[in-house]
Write a protein that binds this ligand. Structure first.
Ligand SMILES: O=C(CO)[C@H](O)[C@H](O)COP(=O)(O)O
Ligand SMILES: [Co+2]
Length: 246
């Protein structure tokens, strides 16, 4: 299990690259996290290093899929553990798994920094939040497109971040669902200091809408890894958050 304070210790080791550490008008972090699902997974360590050091990403988004909660299978704690040996980057882990409670200890031991679980995947979100917070990982909650945002209201004061899915979870490279922005606006109005992350179809065309609605943390897979100039994409996405996020 991760020792208390391990996330904070790793954060101190990170030397900020150009553009990292930027804030929104209300003082929230303005951050971009490339989704490593879109990287060359056989070169995960090298691609992660490039994303953090050359492209100036703020964190890495790690999609954990179990082939049950979603119809796709990706990676799990053993790969996170290997990646951890190669980077001090903040590992933002998006658990698209049934029974997320089964993976808390293994993910903490592997070196995950944030454990974001789907509201739809658990019967006891209260217990799961407590369990995640005890490990020293930060806790996030995420909802699928068809889940209304108000299901999250009882938990907001105990979690670090809400992730609003802007595609059906399971695959990269899908189109951004603009109608999810009402959820972001509702959350932002209710919780001005909450980290709101969006995931799925974020790119240079969709970023203004997401940032204006109130998202301050942007996951981008294809838009970064398939770009001709990934650094420019990361920096532009972050600049748009600074410019537009209230
Ligand atoms: O959680 C995810 C899919 O379930 C991914 O993080 C997301 O799809 C990112 O990929 P892209 O930016 O290409 O849409
Ligand atoms: Co994701």
């Amino acid at each position: 299990m991760a020792e208390d304070g391990e996330v904070a210790k790793r954060a101190k080791l990170l030397k900020p690259a150009e553009g990292q550490g930027m804030k929104t008008a209300s003082g929230l972090p303005a951050q971009v996290g490339p989704s490593i699902l879109a990287s060359d997974l056989s070169m995960l360590a090298a691609d992660s290093k490039k994303a953090m050091e050359q492209w100036t990403a703020d964190y890495l988004h790690v999609d954990i899929m179990d082939g049950h909660f979603v119809p796709n299978l990706t990676i799990g704690p053993p790969v996170v553990k290997c990646l951890r040996k190669h980077t001090t980057a903040f590992l933002d882990c998006h658990l698209m798994v049934s029974n997320p409670e089964h993976w808390v200890k293994d993910m903490a031991a592997a070196g995950a920094d944030r454990f974001t679980f789907h509201f739809e995947a658990t019967n006891d979100a209260d217990a799961l939040i407590e369990e995640v917070n005890k490990t020293g990982m930060k806790c996030g909650m995420v909802i699928k497109p068809k889940t209304p945002v108000d299901v999250l209201f009882p938990y907001l004061d105990r979690i670090d971040l809400v992730l609003i899915m802007t595609v059906e979870p399971g695959f990269g490279g899908q189109s951004f669902m603009v109608d999810m922005m009402d959820k972001v606006k509702t959350l932002r109005a209710k919780s001005p200091k909450l980290n709101i992350e969006v995931d799925g179809g974020l790119n240079l065309k969709t970023i203004d809408t997401a940032a204006k609605a109130g998202a301050n943390m942007i996951v981008a897979g294809s838009a970064v890894f398939k770009a001709e100039d990934p650094k420019l994409v990361v920096q532009t996405l972050r600049d748009k958050v600074v410019q537009h996020c209230p």
